[in-house]
Design a binder for this molecule. Structure first.
Ligand SMILES: [Zn+2]
Ligand SMILES: [Zn+2]
Length: 209
């Protein structure tokens, strides 16, 4: 499996393509917006979209979902159902963040801790990591030691917990009990900003010590 990152929206959210090299199938993670750029790259790479995966319900992560399924008619998997209230409130999120209105969508499969998600010949492990939002999940590809963590953990920082139903202690528990045990050598793609490894954050990130 390999990956491509496309920063989208005014928040430079890391929309991520997980690409199965064997099948040319792609899972699009967190299509927050700027959908034409995402489609352009998919076309340029000659990929076939199999699924949309969502880490959590914030607008900058899900705002382009409806537009993308209009084009590809693929299932939407994730986040955990505890984030349904965020997805149901897309209109309010658009107003709150000053985005143009976007269409709503229905999640086809809500995910639970330790579920697996497949695309092409790849299997991703789902970890429920609440705190930034109550239904936040991350997608781990064990064979490549790569995890897409959304807004749970960043290079040098951690997710905000001042939104409705955010919880700082839950976030720390998610990072320490779910993410870090995956191993120091695991690379992660955060929802915003540059990549890092879990080991680098474990040793240097002052927010989790
Ligand atoms: Zn978020
Ligand atoms: Zn975000």
């Amino acid at each position: 499996m390999h990956y491509r990152i496309i920063p989208v929206t005014a928040f430079s959210q890391n929309c991520t393509l997980f690409i199965c090299e064997e099948s040319n199938k792609v899972a699009v993670i967190d299509p927050g917006g700027d959908v034409s750029q995402v489609i352009e790259l998919i076309d340029e790479l000659g990929l076939s979209v199999e699924k949309i995966l969502l880490t959590h319900g914030h607008l900058d992560h899900v705002g382009g979902t409806a537009e993308l399924i209009e084009r590809y008619q693929v299932p939407i998997e994730g986040p955990h159902i505890a984030d349904k209230f965020w997805i149901d409130a897309l209109d309010q999120q658009c107003q709150m963040f000053g985005f143009s209105p976007v269409n709503g969508f229905s999640v086809n499969r809500w995910l639970e801790h330790n579920d697996t998600v497949t695309f092409g010949e790849q299997v991703l492990q789902v970890l429920h990591c609440p705190g930034h939002t109550p239904g936040h999940v991350v997608f781990y590809h064990e064979p490549s030691k790569l995890v897409q963590v959304g807004d749970v953990l960043f290079n040098g920082s951690i997710g905000r917990t001042d939104f409705p139903q955010g919880n700082h202690q839950h976030l720390l528990d998610s990072i320490k009990q779910c993410l870090l045990p995956l191993g120091d050598d695991v690379e992660f793609i955060p929802g915003h900003g540059p990549m890092s490894t879990l080991g680098h954050e474990r040793k240097t990130n002052s927010h989790i010590t």
